[in-house]
Design a protein around this ligand. Sequence first.
Ligand SMILES: C[C@H](N)C(=O)N[C@@H](Cc1c[nH]cn1)C(=O)O
Ligand SMILES: [Zn+2]
Ligand SMILES: [Zn+2]
Length: 478
Amino acid sequence: MAPQLDGYFKQVDTSAGKFIERLRQAVAIPSISAEPQRRPDVVRMSKFLEEQLKSIGATVQAHPLGPQPGHPELELPPVLVARYGNDKNKRTVLVYGHYDVQPAEKSDGWNSEPFELTIDEKDRMFGRGSTDDKGPVLGWINAIQAHQEANIDFPVNLMMCFEGMEEYGSEGLEDFIHKEAKQGGVLHGADVVCISDNYWLGTEKPCLTYGLRGCNYYGVTISGPGQDLHSGVFGGSAQEPMTDLVRVLGSLVDTHGQIQIPGVMDMVAPVTDEEKDLYPGIAYSMDNLFESLGSKTSIHEDKDRTLMARWRFPSLSVHGIEGAFAGAGAKTVIPAKVTGKFSIRTVPNIESDKLDQIVFKHVKDIFAKLGSKNTLDVQLIHAGPWWVASPKHWNFEAAGKAVERVFGIKPDFTREGGSIPITITFEQATGKNVLLLPMGSSTDAAHSINEKLDRRNYIEGIKLLGAYLHYVAEEKMD
Ligand SMILES: C[C@H](N)C(=O)N[C@@H](Cc1c[nH]cn1)C(=O)O
Ligand SMILES: [Zn+2]
Ligand SMILES: [Zn+2]
């Protein structure tokens, strides 16, 4: 089956240096979507991608998405829609990825410059965006190029949709996809959808992913004094926003990860016996977790409960406080206005709007009990839905065969604790099966310091993406 794959794999190995150079150029662009001052870099990244796509003969359109909601002065970066091949006798695969990245500063604790791809003696390629999601996005381009260089017919028509706001909740993309997936739209006509933007559970066994948690992200602002104050002069006589905020934030979740907001857990679908039986068969251990954590500070003691906590239950994380003193040294300021940021990862059957109401009520109730004269405001910053699909589809079968061909092992079927807000939109707007096909591994530290992609995962991942397309071309439709 898929006889041309050996030639394709050989070509990927031959072109590996060139593909790594392409990743180096992409990582060098600090396309941080969450920081308004970096917006020109996000746009620069879209232009880089456009050039790369054109250089392999794809047709590319950059679609503007208008101003960013809540920031009328800031244009959203464009969504790139590219096409390679237009053969009526071939299947059409729609792939999605994102070219924006999480913030990163060397001073956060990186061992190397975050926007310089740095390869160590173990062939780990460090750099912001290497695994999330520039490596996988370039993977599709590299797969096309390797086919051309090896003179192998590309097996499908590839439709590519790359956005620049995923790390900020995919602002503006949902409406675009709904509109363009319709007859006559630029995203119309896909047979299946594939997203490469998550990670293996461990470091050795690939997986196919059929579920994601959602993410509702909140800000709680507490203000009081007209400006920051000297704590020696005003400490003890002014009510302090930070003192109130840490109490509010401290009320949200306990040390064991249990969300303390009344009503949240009541919305979670009960775990069935059939579901429970899935966990023991998954290749994962507490040592995998400890390796990814870089410590043994797990909440749970066993693997099944740990996986359920990641895939099956909601979690609440406190991310930071805007306006608070966070530097080195011992500044003695009383901050006048502080905004605490936290998010809840959601699962079936949590309703996003209902969750917001419960969260707002809890935060206001706790603040009211403090009896503070300060002022509180709580807002939803962005929300993305959870998604769970059936992996019993020829799209997953094609991917399973590709994994076996490249890695010589059958994949695990997993869910992901992270969120890709636009996944469910692709499913609903196209009416087609959506598969998540990860390239990176559990130790890649996406969103963290020292994010990396192993050379092996990148190069074998390019083989995997190409092989998947060959098996899609061969699969019988359901
Ligand atoms: C899994 C994916 N690579 C990812 O990192 N997604 C982000 C999406 C997000 C949601 N709100 C803000 N960003 C994530 O899971 O944090
Ligand atoms: Zn991410
Ligand atoms: Zn991502």
